[in-house]
Design a binder for this molecule. Structure first.
Ligand SMILES: [Zn+2]
Ligand SMILES: [Zn+2]
Ligand SMILES: [Zn+2]
Ligand SMILES: [Zn+2]
Ligand SMILES: [Zn+2]
Length: 278
């Protein structure tokens, strides 16, 4: 029994790597992605990068991030250390994601695992080393920070740079273009797509499919890795999100079926009850 389970798990896995990971019904031609068919890959990229879809959005987000980052640095600067262990190292995740100061060594002792740490001293050294600026001076005198290393360099050459600095706009513009160009490229690639659409519902194994409602295993059309018509809701004139259903679960949709199909299903179910291997 265990072997059978492992075997079908393995087959499931092989199937996953062969067909599109998202829709599972298309053999990817690998023009855009290894794991996804071209149209899924394109959709996923669009959705994932929704926040880069227009320049204003990117720009506003950058301003917000910039402000948050400065507040976090100020918070870190005022931190007098952990009352328990006196350490000034705080948990990087809590600081950057939640604006909270949590003692990193204490947290490590309590919860274990590896979490990143950050301290004001370390930040100060970092800015000195990579941007050649004095963090304290910037926070106190200007209440802001250069946008990036390039911006810091410009300021080092010309202290008036801050007044005419458009580095944030540029960076937002670059980010936005990077995304929209990649999307444009992929849209072009879509035209060359040769993904193979399966006319029948594909499944992951030579032997079994799994009902998408109750998880029951269903024998499939032998060695073809497609389900039998009777397990395809479309065959029953149903418009549901599930692609594979067992007969019992199909029974629950009987009322939504055209009359003729409902009758046919009744016949199937009668036979099914008599022979379990049907
Ligand atoms: Zn797909
Ligand atoms: Zn502590
Ligand atoms: Zn600048
Ligand atoms: Zn394709
Ligand atoms: Zn079922």
């Amino acid at each position: 029994m265990r072997d059978l389970f492992n075997k079908s798990e393995r087959e499931r896995h092989q199937f996953k790597s062969y067909y599109c990971l998202d829709c599972k019904q298309v053999k990817p031609c690998h023009t855009i992605s290894q794991e996804y068919c071209c149209s899924c890959a394109y959709q996923i990229e669009r959705e994932r990068n929704q926040e880069y879809s227009n320049y204003q959005l990117v720009y506003q987000r950058k301003i917000k991030e910039q402000k948050e980052h400065i507040q976090q640095l100020k918070l870190l600067r005022e931190y007098s250390g952990c009352p328990k262990c006196q350490s000034k190292e705080v948990d990087a995740y809590s600081l950057y994601e939640k604006n909270q100061l949590a003692c990193q060594p204490c947290r490590m002792r309590k919860e274990g695992g590896a979490s990143g740490s950050v301290s004001f001293l370390e930040r100060q050294k970092w800015y000195k080393r990579y941007w050649e600026i004095d963090l304290v001076e910037w926070l106190e005198k200007y209440g802001c920070l250069p946008v990036n290393a390039g911006c810091a360099r410009k300021w080092l050459k010309d202290n008036q740079h801050l007044e005419s600095c458009d580095c944030l706009e540029r960076e937002a513009q670059e980010n936005y273009l990077l995304f929209s160009n990649s999307l444009k490229e992929n849209r072009e690639k879509l035209k060359k797509c040769q993904c193979e659409n399966s006319p029948k519902i594909r499944v992951s194994s030579d032997n079994y499919a799994w009902c998408e409602k109750c998880g029951e295993s269903i024998p499939v059309a032998s060695k073809k890795r497609v389900i039998k018509n009777r397990n395809d809701p479309r065959f029953w004139g149903l418009k549901v999100k599930e692609k594979v259903l067992c007969l019992e679960c199909l029974g629950k949709f009987a009322e939504k079926m055209p009359k003729r199909k409902r009758y046919l299903l009744g016949e199937y179910l009668k036979r099914y009850e008599k022979r379990q291997d049907f």
